[in-house]
Design a protein around this ligand. Structure first.
Ligand SMILES: *Cc1c(COP(=O)(O)O)cnc(C)c1O
Length: 384
């Protein structure tokens, strides 16, 4: 049985992105491939082998369930790190499998210690400190207590990392805030080192920080969006642009193409309404093509009368509302469109291209959101 659309994932694009990132961070910094959100919609099981083929040996997941999927997909004994959610009940399995995790509050820290004690296996932890993101992290005021717990339980803990996350390194409007965070992180780091603790890795940078605040690169960077071929924002790209080599001004390549096909064709007379309601009245005699893609497939309803797709190499417009399972597009000016013809929702067709950024321009849906809203059940095909 065929799905109504499919997503291609390009291996070579991923490898190029990693090569570029490697040139940015240097040889001595670990690149942790962030695979939260089902690898930004690409599929954890697709991305892990591609990434390992490109030399990646460290993965960052949001939650325990994702980390276990990475564990099962990994063929190279890569390191795996959970940056966010886990239940106390997950700790035993994570610790036994050597999966590391962020610790940002005392009860998780205490649970980690007691589980490690019981298992007689050290828990690998990344101590997350609050520097100004105000989501998760140990407060500066709690440093004495934090130090005491870490120090007292050294035989049960591997201090794999000391980390933080920046609150918007992708926009210069947050410049002061991010600078403040860097300062606070370094102060926390110095204080803990002064007290005699050592950490295997200091890591703070996401994609945007890596590009815009190179001093945040440290021992490891946690790279999500850039590895999938996107600049975190247009602003980050503009900032970076002048330093990119002349022969490689566009070093990040999108991995995905999203394709469907024409389901049906119809003639509509001038003055008739197309689809539900009255949002689109045919301004002339028209021909439309129905495409079996709707908001249930991740094609936002906000793209009603807004979205664009490619058919026969030409850009055509969505007319009427996006429904749960289909859209109508205006093909009046195209010749010879047939049922079954390829429709490109994201990607190239002949000379034209629909980018992920174009969704951001029309409906403010940032690339992160568009990607992660592509449903799990749309088949992904890995291509060269
Ligand atoms: C998502 C995330 C990243 C990666 O962010 P990108 O902008 O996709 O590179 C890094 N660190 C943490 C803690 C994250 O949650």
């Amino acid at each position: 049985m065929n799905h109504t659309s499919y997503i291609e994932i390009s291996k070579s694009a991923y490898k190029k992105n990693i090569q570029f990132l490697r040139s940015e961070v240097g040889e001595n910094t670990i690149i942790s491939a962030v695979v939260k959100g089902n690898a930004y919609g690409h599929g954890i099981e697709n991305i892990v082998p591609i990434a390992e083929g490109g030399g990646i040996r460290h993965f960052s997941a949001f939650s325990a369930d994702e980390a276990l999927r990475v564990y099962n997909a990994s063929k190279k004994k890569s390191e795996i790190m959970v940056m966010g959610m886990l239940q106390n009940a997950d700790l035993e399995e994570l610790i036994n499998k050597g999966i590391s995790f962020f610790v940002f509050e005392f009860d998780r820290l205490e649970e980690a210690v007691s589980t490690a004690k019981r298992l007689q296996v050290k828990a690998k932890i990344h101590v997350e400190v609050e520097t100004g993101f105000h989501r998760t992290g140990f407060e500066w005021e709690d440093r004495e207590k934090l130090f005491k717990v870490l120090h007292a339980n050294q035989e049960h803990l591997t201090l794999s990392g000391l980390c933080t996350h920046y609150a918007g390194a992708e926009s210069v409007s947050n410049y002061v805030r991010v600078r403040g965070q860097i300062k606070k992180y370094l102060a926390y780091k110095d204080w803990l080192i002064e007290k005699g603790l050592t950490f295997e890795k200091f890591h703070t940078a996401c994609s945007a920080a890596t590009f815009s605040y190179p001093e945040t690169i440290m021992d490891m960077v946690r790279i999500g969006i850039a590895s999938y071929g996107f600049w975190p924002t247009q602003e980050t790209y503009m900032y970076k642009f002048k330093t990119l080599p002349e022969n490689n001004k566009n070093p990040l390549r999108r991995l995905i193409n999203w394709k469907s096909s024409v389901m049906s064709l119809k003639e509509v007379k001038m003055g008739e309404f197309i689809g539900y309601g009255s949002s689109y009245m045919a301004p002339r005699d028209m021909r439309i093509a129905l495409i079996p893609i709707g908001y249930s497939h991740g094609f936002s309803r906000l793209l009603s009368n807004q979205g664009k797709v490619l058919i026969s190499g030409k850009i055509v417009s969505v007319v009427g509302t996006v429904t749960m399972n289909s859209i109508a597009v205006d093909i009046t000016d195209l010749n010879g469109v047939k049922k079954g013809d390829e429709v490109v929702l994201i990607g190239k067709q002949r000379k034209n291209e629909i980018t992920v950024a174009s969704f951001g321009e029309s409906i403010q849906q940032v690339n992160y959101e568009l990607l992660t809203r592509l449903p799990l059940d749309i088949p992904r095909k890995v291509i060269a």
